[in-house]
Structure formats: structure tokens, C-alpha cells
Ligand binder design. Structure first.
Ligand code: F6P
Length: 326
């Protein structure tokens, strides 16, 4: 067993439902092994500014069901330079921290990897982002909740779209990744799904919509990931209207609604497993890896690999969605 007595935990980057469940799992598992846990507020920025508090098992009571993160989160520019990282190291040393659990996305992992190359403190990463765009895990914490929120919104839009025979352009999150759009599009019965990973031209989109009209589709919903190449929902709606104005069209941007709310059962379970696994693996001597769930097994991927590999969006599911739409 590695000689670890004090660990730190923090959340960083965009928040994600289930981060609290992960914090809880880290604190409770550490407490089980008689470790002291320190919570770092506001991610790397809090580490630089010594915004640290001792966390005991009761501090994480009644949070498993809460969205957001009790430790707050931030995107720290200061941590990107060596001076900031030196201050962060001073903070960890001041609290005698032996190891760190970092909960966040690829920016968080990049920071952890650089830091662990400069300083001899083991880090373990846990994937917390609604985007699901992390290599080395089938799912990230928060993704399932975000997809459910998006589908619930699409269901509501569907009612009014049907009543008025309208075409709705619904924009979901995903600056660089189409996982939310793909899942919400399939689950929400979208007529077409636009993702950043694969280009769909406006002409191709109009063709799909026309096919729907030939098949007596009186309303339709197009799901758009914010990072797709044609622009945002409003821009796309306008371009489509110029070519094809069979429907009266409307736009809805779900936005940050997808980032909040109580985590689903799947996210709570995933967060609990990864938080628990992070502490046990640190104690087993693992370091500078990101944990993930692959085929229902908790696995570790070196930060470098997790960052440099892109997780593929399943193109076959896009093909399926286009068949099921008509
Ligand atoms: O959490 C990931 C993500 O939701 C992206 O899909 C989105 O573009 C981005 O964060 C927005 O982040 P913020 O609201 O923190 O600027």
C-alpha cells in the first residue's frame, strides 16, 4: 500500500450533475481507510489561492442527489503558467497533501498531467463533464442526466410542434462533441441530428426535411449540437427557411438547463464507483491516470492517452437515427 495519509479532491471545468456524488464517494472511501481529506474549492484556482477545507464524512451527507458541485468549480488561466502551478504546489505542501483526486474534463486532465510531470504528487482523474467526450470511459459523469434533461425538453417542444405543424431547431450543448445531440436526437425522435464530428450541409438537411414532407410529416424536430459546422440553431433555421419554407419554424436553445438538476441513477452510480475506485487505486500505488467505466469495469487510462485520443461518435447510430426519422 502506498504511503498516503492526506488526499485532496476538487472539481474543475464545467460542472456536471453527479460531481457531488463523486466527492461524497471520495470522502467516505478515504475516511474508511482513515485518510484525511481536503476539499479544494474552485478547482485549480482554489489550489493556487489556498482555498482549502478539511472534509469529514458528515460534510458530504445529503449531497448525492444534488446537481452542481459543493466544492464550486472554475476554469483557471493562472494554472496554465508555471508560476500558478508553483503556488498550487505550495498549497498542497502546506496541507501535507500526498495525493489528489481531480474531477473534471479534458482541461482538468491536461492540468493534472502537466502538474504531475513537474511535481511528485500522484493524481487520479475522474471524468466529470456532460459532454461525454473523454477517451477511456464509455460514459462521463453528468452525461446521462444532461441527455435526460434534453429529451424532456424535446418532448415538451414536440407537443407544441405537433399542435402547430411547426419545424423546431433545438440546440443542445456540445462545443466539440455530438454525444448529447446524438442521444437526445435518437431518444427524442429527431428528424435530423447535426453534430460537430460529421458535416451535414444545409442542402442535405433540406433534402431530409423534404423527404419527411413527402411522407406526410406535419412537424419535425432538428437537433443541433452547438459545435456543428453550420452555426447555431437560429442561423441554421434562417438558412433552411431561405431554401425550404414548407413549415413555420421556431428555435429553442436548451443551454445551461442541461448542466443542472438532480443526477440520474446512472450518474450517481457511475460517480460513486469512480470516486471509490480513485481512492482505492491511489492507495494501491496507481498515479497519473484517469478512471473510467468500460464494459461495466472500472479501468485506468494514463492522462496522456486520455487527452491525446479522441472518443469516436458512433456513426452507425447517426445512420440508424436517419432511418428511424422517416
Ligand atoms: O460542460 C461542457 C460544456 O457544457 C460545453 O458543451 C459548453 O460549450 C460549455 O461547457 C459551456 O461552458 P461554460 O458555460 O462554462 O462557458
Amino acid at each position: 500500500m502506498a504511503d498516503i495519509r492526506r488526499i485532496a479532491v476538487f472539481t474543475s471545468g464545467g460542472d456536471a450533475p453527479g460531481m457531488n456524488a463523486a466527492i461524497r464517494a471520495v470522502v467516505r472511501t478515504a475516511s474508511h481507510y482513515d485518510l484525511h481529506v481536503y476539499g479544494v474549492r474552485r478547482g485549480y484556482q482554489g489550489m493556487i489561492e489556498n482555498d482549502v477545507k478539511r472534509m469529514e464524512t458528515r460534510d458530504v451527507g445529503n449531497i448525492i442527489q444534488r446537481g452542481g458541485t459543493i466544492l464550486k468549480t472554475a476554469r483557471s488561466k493562472d494554472f496554465m503558467n508555471p508560476v500558478g502551478r508553483a503556488k498550487a504546489y505550495d498549497t498542497l505542501k502546506a496541507h501535507d497533501i500526498d495525493a489528489v483526486v481531480a474531477i473534471g474534463g479534458d482541461g482538468t486532465y491536461t492540468g493534472a498531467m502537466i502538474f504531475s510531470e513537474e511535481y511528485d504528487i500522484p493524481f487520479i482523474g475522474i471524468p466529470g463533464t456532460i459532454d461525454n467526450d473523454i477517451f477511456g470511459t464509455d460514459y462521463t459523469i453528468g452525461y446521462d442526466t444532461a441527455v435526460n434533461t434534453a429529451i424532456e425538453a424535446v418532448d415538451r417542444i414536440r407537443d407544441t410542434a405537433d399542435s402547430h405543424n411547426r419545424l423546431f431547431f433545438v440546440e443542445v450543448m456540445g462545443r466539440h462533441a455530438g454525444f448529447i445531440a446524438l442521444s437526445a436526437g435518437i431518444g427524442g425522435g429527431a428528424g435530423c441530428i447535426l453534430v460537430p464530428e460529421y458535416d451535414t450541409s444545409i442542402d442535405a438537411l433540406c433534402d431530409v426535411l423534404k423527404k419527411g414532407v413527402y411522407k406526410d410529416k406535419l412537424f419535425s424536430i432538428v437537433i443541433i449540437a452547438e459545435g456543428n459546422k453550420n452555426g447555431g440553431a437560429a442561423e441554421i433555421a434562417q438558412k433552411v427557411q431561405e431554401q425550404f419554407n414548407f413549415y413555420d419554424s421556431k428555435v429553442a436553445v436548451i443551454g445551461h438547463l442541461q448542466r443542472g438538476g438532480a443526477p440520474t441513477a446512472l450518474d450517481r452510480l457511475l460517480a460513486s464507483r469512480l470516486g471509490f475506485g480513485a481512492v482505492e487505486r491511489l492507495l494501491a500505488g496507481e498515479r497519473n491516470v484517469a478512471l473510467g467505466l468500460v464494459n461495466d469495469e472500472v479501468v485506468a487510462t494514463p492522462f496522456k492517452e486520455a487527452i491525446s485520443n479522441k472518443k469516436d461518435l458512433n456513426k452507425e447510430l447517426l445512420r440508424m437515427a436517419s432511418i428511424l426519422a422517416l
